[in-house]
Design a protein around this ligand. Structure first.
Ligand SMILES: *[C@@H]1O[C@H](CO)[C@@H](O)[C@H](O)[C@H]1NC(C)=O
Ligand SMILES: *[C@@H]1O[C@H](CO)[C@@H](O)[C@H](O)[C@H]1NC(C)=O
Ligand SMILES: *[C@@H]1O[C@H](CO)[C@@H](O)[C@H](O)[C@H]1NC(C)=O
Ligand SMILES: *[C@@H]1O[C@H](CO)[C@@H](O)[C@H](O)[C@H]1NC(C)=O
Ligand SMILES: *[C@@H]1O[C@H](CO)[C@@H](O)[C@H](O)[C@H]1NC(C)=O
Ligand SMILES: *[C@@H]1O[C@H](CO)[C@@H](O)[C@H](O)[C@H]1NC(C)=O
Ligand SMILES: *[C@@H]1O[C@H](CO)[C@@H](O)[C@H](O)[C@H]1NC(C)=O
Ligand SMILES: *[C@@H]1O[C@H](CO)[C@@H](O)[C@H](O)[C@H]1NC(C)=O
Ligand SMILES: *[C@@H]1O[C@H](CO)[C@@H](O)[C@H](O)[C@H]1NC(C)=O
Ligand SMILES: *[C@@H]1O[C@H](CO)[C@@H](O)[C@H](O)[C@H]1NC(C)=O
Ligand SMILES: *[C@@H]1O[C@H](CO)[C@@H](O)[C@H](O)[C@H]1NC(C)=O
Ligand SMILES: *[C@@H]1O[C@H](CO)[C@@H](O)[C@H](O)[C@H]1NC(C)=O
Length: 610
């Protein structure tokens, strides 16, 4: 409210009016009525209950909303019983039911009877919970005879629980509206999936639509966002309940977790300055957020190309394009030979718990040993991520593993690898192209297709049979390296993946040729821009800074974070390629290692030429 200069009578009038509002009741007692146009207001005026029409609808519904945000309804009584006029009333009946009556006292909606009560009232609590309670027990919060918090709605308010009330065998979950104009139950529900370890899943009908990873102690894997400092999340598991709830650190702030009619779960915070909702996160936020999008035995990563890739130890059977689902199969036919090993995948959202076994008293070593014993065990991990204890083993298909894009703490999963050792299994990992297919893609290495000549040989533009554009680098065979060494080296280099490194899609080793198939960069290389007077001007400072940062990130990865340290030794503008969006990608990394030898010494005199 604006601060007005305020004197005597005027002032007391305002005061009187606001007093009247603040004294609006929060309670319905027998023989009292709430009519269309009237409201209940919770004691500290956080919530209101009254009649409303959603969106473009003309129908009337009884609902609860934040007093400050009347457009955001958080609970509706008569969700699928719209009222066509303004004559409905809410009252509490003599047998302790809260009832919504039409003009002729027919029941539109009602709660179940609370038989044992005599002295019952309905109250809109300050947390947004509409409850029926015994009037004599003023202080009880436990013994509500009925509460709106127990029933599906599309909004999880702070302190409101979601999950299972085991005592009353009741599930509390979110249920989407059909549309913004229609609060009747829509297709989507959001539930605490407690089959193995608690995780949060949205269902489209009975089909999983999106799932978080498991509970880590402060949140769910993949739904942890960098706005976590704004609120605390809780999960309790005991004989009475398995419940999730959250609480903003700044308690008076208005925060909700809302399930939209189209299946998005959005955490939003009311911004008092701009008077609008700030979205903290919304899932699914990309293809990888969609349950099992890539198919079985894959890992989905919005940052990786292609987005869907086979998990290590599985071989690509078919792939249609860079963004679609793929088919992966065991890369080794005779499973379970003595000497199988595991590789560790860090910071991922683990596969869903479809066919798993759980033993919370085993440690990681016991878990590995147990998994190794059983041929059908494909992976294992700690079941308690926070403490690093317990054993979870996966059998059957591995579905819905991902590397989410957000900065979050994922978990480590150990994936079974066939015994025949790392070389063989990596063999299938880097696609080998036949010389015929590479020739076809580049029109027999024609001059028309030639993009340029790099330090290690000519580069051609090619188009694969599936239409994908690629760059083909035909390495001059000056190096004395044998084909087998070359292949192994390529397999290592191809494992380096970073958004600022040019990705290696495959190689071709045939008839003495050594050819690399790389992702195609439509904007060519940085030198094309830097050393061309007209193009130069196209590169604004913002773009330049972006490019410099990208190069630095790529180098940092090569030098510091990659599996083995690589020093480029020939970094120059022509080796920095630019994708469609002018993101820089370093090319020819690792080739120095192959062609030059002792790269770890890093005895280079070259300086970055940008
Ligand atoms: C509906 O109930 C109220 C209160 O019990 C009563 O006053 C009113 O006459 C009733 N209306 C009709 C149409 O029965
Ligand atoms: C009120 O509800 C009753 C029972 O549902 C129904 O029979 C009656 O037609 C309704 N009256 C009006 C005016 O809608
Ligand atoms: C309300 O009562 C009906 C009939 O007794 C019962 O089937 C239903 O489960 C009850 N609903 C709740 C939420 O207790
Ligand atoms: C409820 O309790 C309050 C105070 O304890 C009392 O003033 C009020 O009359 C009671 N209302 C009913 C409906 O019993
Ligand atoms: C209700 O709780 C308040 C604060 O917790 C306390 O001061 C008051 O005495 C309680 N009243 C009853 C009737 O128990
Ligand atoms: C939900 O399932 C229905 C089929 O039941 C399907 O037509 C629809 O596309 C699905 N919605 C989403 C968002 O996946
Ligand atoms: C990729 O393939 C999937 C199905 O396999 C299809 O839905 C999608 O539209 C394709 N994307 C492109 C860019 O072709
Ligand atoms: C869990 O593992 C422990 C230790 O290996 C074992 O003693 C126990 O029987 C296992 N429990 C189940 C249910 O398999
Ligand atoms: C391997 O594990 C599966 C799933 O738990 C089980 O059905 C099967 O009996 C186990 N096989 C052996 C040899 O232990
Ligand atoms: C992990 O173990 C610790 C200690 O036993 C326990 O407090 C915590 O709740 C467990 N976390 C989960 C997610 O079960
Ligand atoms: C990710 O978050 C952690 C903890 O909040 C922080 O220490 C780290 O620097 C962040 N990393 C990136 C890449 O943002
Ligand atoms: C490429 O060369 C092969 C054999 O030398 C020939 O059969 C084929 O037609 C050529 N293709 C093109 C596109 O020139």
């Amino acid at each position: 409210m604006a601060i007005l200069p305020c004197f005597s009578i005027f002032c007391s009038l305002i005061f009187f009016l606001s007093m009247k509002v603040s004294l609006a009741a929060d309670t319905v007692i027998p023989a009292s009525f709430i009519r269309d146009g009237e409201k209940l207001v919770s004691s500290s005026q956080r919530f209101e209950l009254g009649f409303f029409s959603p969106g473009k609808s003309k129908s009337r519904y009884l609902g609860i909303w934040f007093r400050k945000v009347p457009d955001t309804v958080v609970w509706v009584a008569n969700r699928d019983r719209p009222i066509s006029d303004h004559n409905a009333v809410l009252t509490i009946s003599n047998n302790g039911k809260l009832v919504l009556l039409n003009q002729t006292n027919g029941t539109i909606w009602s709660t179940n009877a609370s038989s044992e009560v005599k002295n019952h009232v309905a109250q809109l609590r300050d947390d947004g919970n509409l409850v029926i309670r015994d009037n004599s027990s003023v202080n009880t919060t436990e013994n509500y005879l009925w509460q709106s918090f127990d029933y599906p709605t599309d909004t999880l308010l702070q302190d409101m629980k979601m999950g299972w009330d085991l005592k009353n065998r009741r599930e509390r979950y979110l249920s989407s509206w059909r549309s913004d104009d229609d609060p009747s139950p829509g297709k989507f529900t959001n539930r605490l999936d407690i089959h193995v370890l608690p995780k949060m899943c949205t269902f489209n009908g009975s089909v999983k639509y999106t799932c978080t990873g498991e509970w880590t102690g402060d949140g769910f894997v993949s739904a942890l966002s960098n706005t976590n400092f704004l609120y605390k999340q809780f999960l309790v598991e005991n004989q009475d309940e398995i419940s999730y709830w959250y609480e903003p650190y700044n308690r008076p702030s208005i925060m909700t977790l809302k399930l939209s009619p189209s299946g998005f779960v959005t955490r939003q915070l009311w911004n008092e300055d701009s008077n609008e909702w700030d979205e903290l996160f919304s899932i699914p936020d990309d293809y990888c957020g969609k349950y099992g999008y890539c198919g079985a035995n894959t890992i989905c990563g919005p940052d990786q190309k292609p987005m869907c890739q086979c998990l290590e130890g599985f071989r690509l059977k078919s792939q249609f394009n860079q963004t679609g689902p793929i088919k992966c199969e065991r890369s080794h036919s005779s499973e379970c030979i003595k000497g199988d090993q595991f590789i560790k995948l860090d910071n991922i959202k683990a596969p869903d718990f479809i066919e798993v076994s759980l033993n919370q008293s085993m440690n990681l070593q016991q878990c590995a040993a147990e998994c190794l014993k059983n041929c059908t065990c494909k992976a294992y991990a700690n079941s308690n991520v926070t403490e690093g204890s317990g054993c979870l083993m996966w059998f059957g298909e591995l579905l819905d593993a991902s590397r989410p894009i957000r900065n979050f703490t994922g978990q480590s999963v150990y994936l079974r690898q066939p015994a025949s050792g790392p070389d063989k299994s990596k063999d299938s990992w880097l696609p080998l192209f036949s010389l015929a297919s590479v020739a076809a893609a580049t029109e027999n290495f024609s001059m028309e297709c030639k993009l340029g000549e790099g330090g290690f040989g000519p580069v051609y533009k090619g188009r694969l049979l599936n239409g994908e554009e690629v760059a083909v680098k035909r390495l001059s065979s000056q190096s004395g390296q044998g084909l087998e060494e070359f292949k192994n080296e390529m397999l290592l280099i191809a494992k380096l993946q970073h958004r600022n490194l040019v990705r290696i899609l495959g190689c071709c080793i045939e008839q003495g040729e050594k050819i690399l198939i790389l992702e195609y960069m439509p904007n060519k290389s940085l030198d094309v821009f830097l050393f061309d007077p007209t193009k130069k001007r196209l590169l604004g400072w913002q773009a330049r800074i972006g490019i410099i940062e990208g190069i630095a990130q790529g180098l940092l990865y090569l030098h510091h974070y990659s599996r083995f340290r690589i020093i480029h030794r020939d970094l120059k503008a022509s080796n920095v390629l630019l994708d469609r969006d002018m993101n820089p990608k370093i090319s020819d990394f690792g080739l120095a290692r192959m062609f030059g030898g002792d790269e770890l010494q890093g005895n280079t005199k070259r300086i970055v030429g940008t």
